[in-house]
Design a protein around this ligand. Structure first.
Ligand SMILES: Nc1ncnc2c1ncn2[C@@H]1O[C@H](COP(=O)(O)OP(=O)(O)OP(=O)(O)O)[C@@H](O)[C@H]1O
Length: 370
């Protein structure tokens, strides 16, 4: 394997008596789109700041291309940051904002600077806006100037700290496509910070799900969505029905007093577990054709599905995205497939989880999604 562009090993960060990062190990490969995802205050920005060199790790190591860079000043690192508030200079026009970092380096001719600014503005589709004042731009355009200002320096890596949070929903979605497209065109590594799980799922090659100073799980959006490692991840990513259950034996789990075939394996017989079923993997049918009977509490029509809330005989609440409508008070059967059941151990580390999946991968293939 080629050397990762960034490697953090056992990174801790303490402010006064508070431990903000508690042993972060991450590796980022060249040319991929990575996202740090987690609730406010979990330490995402602190990781960016350590990589950028704006703050240092209390302990642990930071490598860039295999070289330890803990003590390298920020301005000598081949990374640039796009901040949440853009941090543009309001008294300069678009061209001068983008040219600022190049001029500061004092090694480029005027013609070089003009050429590079033009290229950067073209990349973000603002080539015609070079002479505009910042105050004459929309929020989305200002965001693109901030990105142009970062990429004009030709960094090997771009750090993006919640860059879309100030935009309205429609613009935010457009910018998600644009950023993803830009990353692929430039071929440089992006490390993107967000607390928005939909944004992370839509944009990333790989996501690091964080909580309280730890990376809980890393993987592709599909891996994390389909195989959340624990309750926090299952709850944070997408919508979930999470139930307590018992793993009877490999490929057989019990919940709500019934036993079901499932894909999971590698737990102790009769081990207590949690079971995740995604609302979109459930549908409703007649009670006799269902795997479980539930009573409908309410429903909302959402355009392409009916969002149903129901309760089972153990009083667990179920969220169902059904293709069929239902009426409050009605008893219906729930349908789902063995591969829609995701079983989680109660206290499993990511390393143990990965090892278990690898061990049981062949067996899982038997009941996996076709
Ligand atoms: N300079 C500092 N001094 C003391 N505490 C700090 C400092 N910088 C950050 N913190 C604390 O560290 C914790 C993590 O902050 P960080 O900005 O990394 O979180 P985050 O996950 O990026 O959250 P958000 O999405 O709200 O920005 C927070 O509790 C914050 O108050």
């Amino acid at each position: 394997m080629t050397e990762p562009i960034i490697r953090l090993t056992n990174v801790f960060k303490r402010y006064d008596d508070t431990e903000i990062l508690k042993g972060i190990d991450i590796e980022l490969e060249q040319g991929k789109f990575y996202t740090l995802l987690g609730p406010s205050g979990c330490g995402k920005t602190t990781i960016l700041r350590i990589i950028a060199g704006f703050t240092s790790a209390t302990s642990g190591d930071v490598y860039f291309d295999g070289q330890r860079i803990n003590d390298l000043p920020a301005n000598q690192r081949k990374v640039n940051t796009v901040f949440q508030d853009y941090a543009l200079f309001p008294h300069m026009n678009v061209h001068d904002n983008v040219a600022f970092g190049l001029r500061l380096q004092k090694k480029f001719s005027k013609a070089d600077i003009n050429q590079r600014v033009h290229e950067a503005l073209t990349s973000v589709r603002l080539a015609d806006y070079a002479d505009r004042e910042i105050s004459e731009l929309s929020g989305g355009q200002q965001q693109r100037v901030a990105i142009a200002r970062a990429i004009v320096l030709k960094p090997r890596m771009l750090l993006l700290d919640e860059p879309l949070s100030a935009l309205d929903a429609k613009l935010r979605r457009d910018m998600q496509y644009e950023l993803r497209d830009l990353q692929q065109r430039l071929g440089i590594t992006f490390l993107f910070v967000t607390h928005d799980q939909e944004e992370a799922l839509a944009m990333s090659d790989e996501i690091f799900v964080m909580n309280a100073g730890h990376v809980l799980q890393s993987g592709t959006p599909v891996d994390i969505y389909d195989e959340p490692i624990n309750h926090f991840v299952a709850d944070f990513i997408g919508e979930s029905n999470i139930l307590t259950g018992t793993m009877i034996k490999d490929h057989e789990v019990e919940f709500v007093g019934k036993r079901f075939e499932c894909a999971d394996a590698g737990m102790r017989p009769n081990e207590s577990v949690e079971v995740v079923l995604r609302p979109e993997d459930l549908d409703i049918t007649t009670p006799e054709n269902g795997k479980l009977t539930v009573t409908i509490e309410s429903q909302l029509f959402r355009g392409d599905y009916h969002e149903i809330v129901a309760y089972d005989s153990d009083h667990n609440e179920w969220l169902i995205h059904s293709t069929n409508p239902a009426t409050a008070g009605q008893q219906v059967g729930l349908t789902f497939e063995p591969y829609d059941i995701h079983v989680m151990r109660l206290h499993e580390t990511e390393a143990d989880f990965d090892a278990r999946l690898e061990r049981y991968d062949d067996e899982q293939a038997e009941v996996k999604r076709p």
